[in-house]
Design a binder for this molecule. Sequence first.
Ligand code: TRP
Length: 337
Amino acid sequence: MTKAIVLTGITTTGTPHLGNYVGAIRPAIEASKDAQALPFYFLADYHALIKCQEPERVRQSSLEIAATWLALGLDTSNAVFYRQSDVPEIMELAWMLACVASKGLMNRAHAYKAAVADNEQSGENDPDKGITMGLFGYPILMAADILMFNAHKVPVGKDQIQHIEMARDIAARFNHIYGEHFVLPEALVSEHGATLSGLDGRKMSKSYNNTIPLFEPEKKLRKLINKIKTNSLLPGEPKDPEDCTLFSIYRAFAAPHEVAEIRKRYADGIGWGDMKQTLFEHINDHIAPARERYEALMQAPEHIEEQLQLGALKARAVSAPFIRKLRNAVGISRISL
Ligand code: TRP
């Protein structure tokens, strides 16, 4: 039986938060336990350079993200867990793909178009002001990440679907010119990959600065939860759980019977102070064991590095022979043996 290759990358520019956990990390770790699948999960550190030019932040984020995945129990005996920059074949493939990808296709990328629209909005003469070639060519690097391992399924958020379609386009073009080398990947958008609300009620996101870091120490976690915005209904007044940030977060961490119980308490008029306390205890209990492992790993970075090196070995066992084949296909090879 050949296993389905499931591949996804995490850009190393920030600290993992509850929204990342519920929307991406938790489902990916669950998927890593499926014996029918061969997961490739990687730290997209070259992608980080597109958004972030602070070397310390990229380094720290790589460490935190790797520690997070390991602390949460990613099964590295099944999953291939590696750092993009440890697999130089990916960059090499990115160039080969850039030479078949049309510029017009890149012009249509949402991220690029949004940056141009921002410039136009602000009355800028140059629509490309501040836009790097890294941002412009980002879908090509992402296609290389995916095609390097001939991934079948790519779990991503909705905002990334277009990039998977572009990877398919580029793969098909390469196959058409040079022969069938690449599998056409499919986006896997999880329906229950819930989006969490953040401190201010908008979607929890680094760009809104409203996140709750996943492994915040207990005291800080309590403080942050106390900061979550609520309406001004008083204790004793019935409350609507839909549209309530506290409830949306609680639900993402609770079993159905617990959710039903909380719904009842909303109807009975639970006070916001009580609900915040309940939410804090619930999340804290849920996270405490992994947080302990996380803290231990952060104290032993050599342990994390060792895992990443093992992952890179496994990844390169695939990428190195494949890139040789691809080089050959495009006409780059030794003149004689
Ligand atoms: N672009 C993705 C994001 O910002 C991260 C990423 C990089 C990725 N390479 C990938 C995701 C390859 C899936 C497959 O979320």
